[in-house]
Design a protein around this ligand. Structure first.
Ligand SMILES: Nc1ncnc2c1ncn2[C@@H]1O[C@H](COP(=O)(O)OP(=O)(O)O)[C@@H](O)[C@H]1O
Ligand SMILES: [Mg+2]
Length: 323
């Protein structure tokens, strides 16, 4: 730890307070987003198309003007100290935006030069980044000849040239096949382990799950859920059932360890239990208490429903009736 970072104490890598964005055409893309990302974190902003992910990223990286609210990067306010904040950030946009007729090595060195790194320093750094991205053997080939996965790794290597403390990636793996995705995940994990805070947006739950420690879920410009990935997965691991009961329920319901059982009306029981648990245990306990189950159905988990809606294609609206 350097004395600088020690002095910074617990300053969040990113702190967003009540961020709102209304585009010129009247679209309210963000309706009051608040977020904190801790230094060193690997954080996912998860949400469906149109949720407001790119707008949020655009504002943090000063490509989009905010309407109201505040954004601080390691304590530096982007509104009052834009350039200082920008120096802390590396951005990997969703679309490939380097010159395909340049060589990877030149792309990296020129990019660093643009941000004020002298060429004799940028050269060794480009070599280091290209090696980490497993692109060193392609360093002096035309970028056009790189595969899709290599091009994306090159975008990450370029963003790392300025030694950002916060690396931001907007849907880094959208539309790429699973093998390329895994390769990128590995690269990103290494960068994070080496100390760079990472924020990425994604609409793949699987991606957030395999990479991130913390996440926020955004939908229609609002944060609908925020916290540790583990806590979210634990919630997803609960299964709910409704039992229709024959006859009267006893005054006292049986206690079944690890589950929550309540009567929602005199003929219906509502049960939440871990997904891994055996339903036979529940039936034995109910039978022992003289409760006869006539029928049962799964109670859809609200969070799960949310995910189904989020992960579904945007065109797939109002098809709930067919579920
Ligand atoms: N430049 C823009 N002008 C007007 N509306 C926009 C613009 N960019 C995005 N939007 C709208 O803002 C909302 C959020 O978009 P965006 O932030 O791109 O979402 P995401 O990245 O999660 O898919 C959408 O309704 C989108 O149509
Ligand atoms: Mg987007």
């Amino acid at each position: 730890m350097t004395s600088l970072s020690a002095a910074a104490g617990n300053v969040p890598a990113l702190s967003i307070v009540d961020l709102k964005k209304r585009y010129d055409n009247g679209v309210e893309a963000l309706k009051g987003v608040s977020l904190d990302v801790e230094p060193g974190d690997f954080f996912a902003l998860l949400g469906p198309n149109g949720a407001g992910k790119s707008t949020t990223i655009g504002i943090i990286s000063s490509l989009v003007n905010l309407t109201s609210g505040s954004v601080k990067v390691f304590g530096v306010d982007i509104a009052t100290h834009r350039d200082a904040a920008m120096r802390l950030i590396g951005l990997v946009p969703q679309e490939i935006n380097f010159n395909l007729f340049e060589k990877p090595y030149d792309i990296l060195v020129n990019y660093a030069g643009f941000y004020g790194t002298p060429r004799d320093e940028a050269g060794p750094r480009a070599e280091e980044e290209l090696k980490r991205a497993q692109l060193w053997d392609k360093a002096f080939m035309m970028s056009r000849t790189l595969s899709g996965g290599m091009k994306r790794r090159l975008m990450i290597a370029r963003a790392m040239m300025t030694r950002p403390r916060l690396l931001i990636l907007d849907e880094p793996t959208a539309g790429v096949d699973i093998e390329i995705r895994r390769g990128m995940w590995k690269t990103l994990k290494e960068i994070n382990t080496a100390g760079t805070t990472i924020i990425l947006t994604t609409h793949y739950l699987e991606e957030a799950e395999s990479l991130c420690r913390n996440l926020a879920i955004i939908n229609h410009g609002r944060i609908v859920q925020q916290g540790p990935m583990r806590a979210l997965l634990a919630q997803l691991d609960v299964e709910g059932f409704l039992f229709d009961i024959d006859g009267e329920l006893p005054a006292e319901l049986p206690v079944i360890e690890g589950t929550t059982l309540i009567a929602t009306d005199p003929h219906t029981l509502d049960l939440d239990m871990p997904r891994a648990m055996d339903l036979n245990r529940v039936f034995e306990a109910l039978a022992a208490a003289g409760i006869r189950v006539r029928s049962m159905r799964t109670k859809s988990n609200r969070l799960e429903e949310l995910f189904v809606r989020m992960i579904a294609a945007p065109a797939a609206t109002s098809t709930e009736a067919s579920a």
